[in-house]
Design a protein around this ligand. Structure first.
Ligand code: G3P
Length: 215
């Protein structure tokens, strides 16, 4: 399973990249705003800065919600760097835009996916990635992980090549469960990736080894 980091924070992206486990980055307008990145030029520069840290795909989201606007914005984003993936919302014009970019050989990430039907449409349009938001489903008392399971079954039934990018991950168990269910990618906060390191028996075992080494 690939690990993406879900942030626009350059220090966190660098930390994950330096650990050697990072396969890409996802951003969205909320994550850019959280880092205080404002103005079109600064936003475009920030995407290039992210591309220069990671060696993997970087999802950059369009703001337009009409077909022509998404195509225009997406083409500008795709020209920034060869590893930019145009992130497009799951709406009717978004599906048209995904089809358009697929035919032009530009990678896409269909975002804000909350149902198997939406994921099926994204795959039909040729999306490179589909982003089911599992944490936000859990937030409304719906099982986010069962959506990953459903999409995996549907994509495998028909050999769709769209990669399942589990998003809205909140904790390490989400990552482990997504891996068990066969998600292709998990995009995670750095805290969830780092939490995978922890086990009290590792901590106490290492302390014992170091103490014994001094004897
Ligand atoms: O990249 C989008 C997605 O991961 C959002 O996560 O935590 O805002 O639900 P969250």
């Amino acid at each position: 399973m690939k690990f993406f980091i879900d942030t626009a924070n350059l220090a966190q992206i660098k930390e994950a990249q330096d650990m050697g486990v990072l396969d890409g980055v996802t951003t969205n307008p909320s994550l850019m705003a959280k880092e205080g990145i404002k103005g079109q030029n600064n936003i475009l520069k920030h995407y290039v800065d992210i591309c220069n840290i990671t060696t993997g795909d970087v999802s950059a989201e369009v703001i337009a919600t009409d077909f022509e606007g998404m195509v225009s914005e997406g083409e500008s984003l795709a020209q920034l760097h060869e590893r930019i993936v145009v992130k497009i919302p799951m709406i009717k014009d978004g599906i048209k835009a995904i089809k358009y970019f697929t035919e032009k050989g530009i990678k896409t990430n269909c975002t804000l996916v909350f149902s198997a039907g939406q994921a099926l449409l994204a795959a039909k349009a040729g999306a490179t990635y589909v982003s089911p938001f599992i944490g936000r489903l859990d937030d409304v008392s719906t099982d986010g992980l069962s959506l990953i399971d459903d999409i995996r079954l549907i994509y495998d039934n028909y050999g769709f090549e769209t990669q399942i990018l589990a998003a809205s991950i909140r904790h390490p168990m989400h990552i482990i469960d997504c891996a068990k269910l066969g998600a292709d990618v998990a995009t995670c906060p750095l805290s969830a990736i780092m939490a995978l390191l922890n086990h009290p028996l590792t901590t106490s075992g290492l302390a014992q080894f170091l103490a014994d080494a001094k004897k």
